[in-house]
Design a protein around this ligand. Structure first.
Ligand code: ADE
Length: 418
């Protein structure tokens, strides 16, 4: 079997950490149990491009139990957990191509390696797999029946491919399931981003000014959790509705030009390019700590920062200290790559349980409905979303009420009024 991982000797550590993660992934475990019996993915080749974490490892195992032939590469050069990669190869004979810290060339060679398996389904996080396939591997398109996409940035890219009529097969936007973004994007990003910033810096958050750049689901979670740690949170936005929401949620909202000299910490979660630029870096307090938790490392204009820098050094792991020509110091974490996966371990297993339950059930859905699915970006079927929320509540031991006959009648009638 072909594979490319750092060191197979790390497999034992990966096994134990994956087992630990599995303890918080009961929904995926139930799906895996059914998959093992029913084999709904029998003979289906799945090429996955996801962050190679313990949670992703558990998803790969579930897909394999369902009969799939799975190959996996990383969806970011810095997010791979090398022990998990080794564990999947050694214990589960899953073809993994991922090494933490790989350069861009190796990153794309790994994407090409999973595509060489001639997949029927793509499972992407950020759409690099799908775009590589559409750009240079058109010969593979005939075999593909559909794909899934994990994240907001990927869904936006794929939607623009569909709008430009270049998308060649149906994709299910797992990100847009309520059981995904309500929890993963909000609580997952909120906690894991602060985890990454704290592991990288070991700085106190309490009493600082923490600037959250972007108030989508990820920004909401991050702002909420930074406030929980005692920071004075400032939100910057370009969208009036999101800005209004942030304001009514009790955060100070202002343009970046105004926030730059105030912030102690800055974290971008916009999905957009160069939201912190050279003019902002130049105005920051000396010692400011800047990071990104959006999918791509484009949110900070690091070339702009370099242009106003006279000295740069790595002061501790994940912290690059830039001394500017104006003598102020700006610290950038994780080279501007998503800090929750670069310096920490990504979202906790409990939320990834629901995200990856969506992935597994959508793969099954694609196999069952391939002939009916139009070439477009589709929502996760409501039934799948609802079934996951029920399974998760059940696993958490949370019981809820049911409608009485009178309530059902009331809700479906228009005659009742004042
Ligand atoms: N994205 C964010 N956190 C993740 C995790 N723990 N595993 C896989 N993908 C992720």
């Amino acid at each position: 079997m072909d594979y490319h991982v750092k060191d197979l000797k790390l497999a034992k550590e990966g096994e134990l950490r994956s087992e630990w993660a599995a303890q918080e992934m009961p929904v995926l475990a139930q799906i895996e149990k059914r998959f093992k019996k029913e084999k709904p993915l029998k003979g289906v080749k799945i090429a996955a491009c996801l962050h190679v974490t313990t949670e992703t490892g558990n998803l790969m195992i579930a897909l394999k139990e369902g009969g799939a032939d799975v190959s996996l590469c990383a969806s970011n050069p810095l997010s791979t957990q090398d022990d998990v990669a080794a564990f999947l190869v050694k214990n589960h004979k899953i073809a993994v191509y991922a090494i933490k810290g790989e350069n861009n060339k190796t990153y794309y060679s790994h994407i090409n390696a999973v595509l060489a398996n001639k997949p029927h389904i793509t499972m992407d996080d950020g759409a690099d797999l799908v775009s590589t396939l559409h750009k240079g591997k058109k010969n593979l398109l005939d075999d593909i029946i559909g794909g899934t996409e994990e994240t907001t940035t990927g869904v936006i890219r794929l939607q623009s491919m569909a709008d430009d009529k270049v998308l060649k097969y149906p994709i299910i936007a797992v990100n847009d399931a309520d059981t995904k973004h309500f929890f993963d994007n909000r609580y997952g990003t909120g906690q894991s981003t602060l985890d990454g910033i704290i592991r990288a810096t070991n700085r106190l958050i309490s009493g600082t000014s923490f600037v959250v750049v972007g108030y989508g689901w990820c920004g909401k979670g991050l702002a909420m959790r930074a406030r929980g740690l005692g920071a004075n949170v400032i939100v910057t936005e370009v969208d009036p509705l999101a800005a209004l929401e942030a304001s009514m949620d009790g955060f100070r909202v202002m343009p970046m030009a105004q926030a730059a000299p105030i912030g102690d910490f800055f974290c971008t979660v916009t999905g957009n390019i160069h939201v912190i630029r050279k003019e902002h870096f130049a105005k920051m307090k000396s010692g400011a700590i800047v990071s990104n938790s959006g999918h791509f490392n484009v949110e900070l204009d690091l070339d702009g920062l370099k242009a106003i820098t006279k000295k740069k050094r790595t002061i501790r792991e994940y912290v690059e200290e830039y001394t500017l020509k104006n003598n102020k110091v700006v610290n950038v974490l994780g080279g501007g790559r998503l800090i929750n996966l670069a310096a920490a371990e990504g979202h906790p297993s409990s939320v990834m349980d629901m995200s990856f339950a969506n992935q597994a059930l959508c793969a099954e859905y694609i196999v069952k409905n391939a002939s009916k699915l139009e070439v477009n970006v589709h929502n996760v079927p409501r039934k799948i979303d609802e079934s996951i929320s029920k399974l998760k509540l059940n696993a958490l031991g949370v019981k809820i009420d049911t409608l009485t006959a009178e309530q059902k009648k009331y809700l479906s009638s228009w005659e009742f009024g004042t």
